[in-house]
Design a protein around this ligand. Structure first.
Ligand code: ZN
Length: 312
């Protein structure tokens, strides 16, 4: 038995993973702006909680939304959590008394989708996670590609609009894909659309609750609200613009889209597929598939568990 944890920008997900690669009871914690020490406390407590239910645990895998020095297990820089220059592997191993492996969350997720999920038959796959931000991971030649230091696969910081809006969080970039097509970007676009269509279900949601989150846009779109559907199609086209550059550069067999925002499904992905079909280099566009993650938002937890198993 091992434990996989996926620390996202707004929440921590965790579960045990058994010999048959079945995930045990899930744990979910929402972050509330904890500082570095409190963040580490939450992660350690999550492991202890899962351990209390799962029984004997041999290792822990931890995915974080950060540039992780893979060989050292050090989180060097994070756009969304206070994890700059934190020797996570060493700190957690000491605290938990267990072997710990630390990786970028997107790398963990692409491993899951490659081994058991939507990229199972692919030697060259791109994973992109639409959450608070946009995470990514890359399989090249059947192996997770981490780059020279462990920092590769940050597709969220692919510049789509050279003079665009400031990237949210600590990224110094502008017009990054993350600023345009993340789960948070769906909420921002949804709020704008709600203001200009106050009589739509989306507009009424804004009036009732004072804010619109990406989740509400998706929910209303599934219920048939045309305003919400138009928001998802618009964000899907932005995603498609980013994917066009990615597939032209990498020629993957498959692009797997995960993260919380993939709950929007084809309402988002069809718009992205249309843009890629129209704008990517034709042979590349014809060859690539754009599919939802098999593991949905649990790809990171599953992948972190797989990494932990490799330690045993
Ligand atoms: Zn950025």
């Amino acid at each position: 038995m091992v434990i996989g944890l996926d620390a996202g920008g707004t929440k921590l997900l965790g579960a045990s993973l058994d010999h048959d690669l079945e995930l045990g009871p899930r744990l979910r914690h929402s972050w509330a702006g904890e500082d570095r020490d409190a963040t580490l406390d939450v992660i350690a407590r999550a492991v202890e909680d899962i351990r209390a239910q799962a029984g004997e645990v041999g290792a822990v895998g931890l995915g974080v939304p950060a540039l992780v020095d893979w060989s050292e297990g050090v989180s060097r820089w994070s756009n969304h959590l206070p994890l700059d220059h934190v020797p996570l592997r060493e700190l957690m191993a000491e605290r938990l008394g267990l072997p710990v492996v630390v990786d970028n969350d997107g790398n963990a997720a692409v491993l899951a989708e490659h081994r058991q999920g939507a990229a199972r038959d692919s030697e060259n796959a791109v994973f992109i996670a639409l959450g608070t931000g946009i995470g990514g991971g890359l399989v090249l030649g059947g192996q997770v590609y981490r780059g020279a230091h462990g920092y590769a696969g940050e597709f969220g910081h692919l510049v789509v609009d050279h003079d665009g809006a400031d990237c949210p969080g600590a990224c110094p970039g502008r017009g990054c894909l993350e600023a345009l097509a993340s789960g948070r970007a769906i909420g921002v676009a949804g709020e704008r659309a709600a203001r200009s269509a106050p009589d739509s279900p989306l507009g009424r949601r804004l009036a009732e609750s004072g804010a619109v989150l990406g989740q509400a846009v998706t929910e209303l779109a599934h219920d048939g609200d045309e305003t919400a559907r138009a928001v998802l199609a618009d964000v899907g086209r932005r995603l498609g613009a980013g994917l066009t550059g990615i597939v032209n550069a990498l020629d993957p067999d498959v692009v797997v889209v995960g993260g919380g925002a993939v709950a929007a499904g084809d309402l988002l992905l069809d718009a992205a597929r249309e843009v890629v079909a129209a704008r990517a280099l034709p042979p590349v566009a014809r060859a690539v598939r754009i599919v939802p993650a098999r593991f949905g938002e649990e790809a990171g937890v599953f992948g972190a568990g797989l990494l932990a198993r490799e330690l045993l």
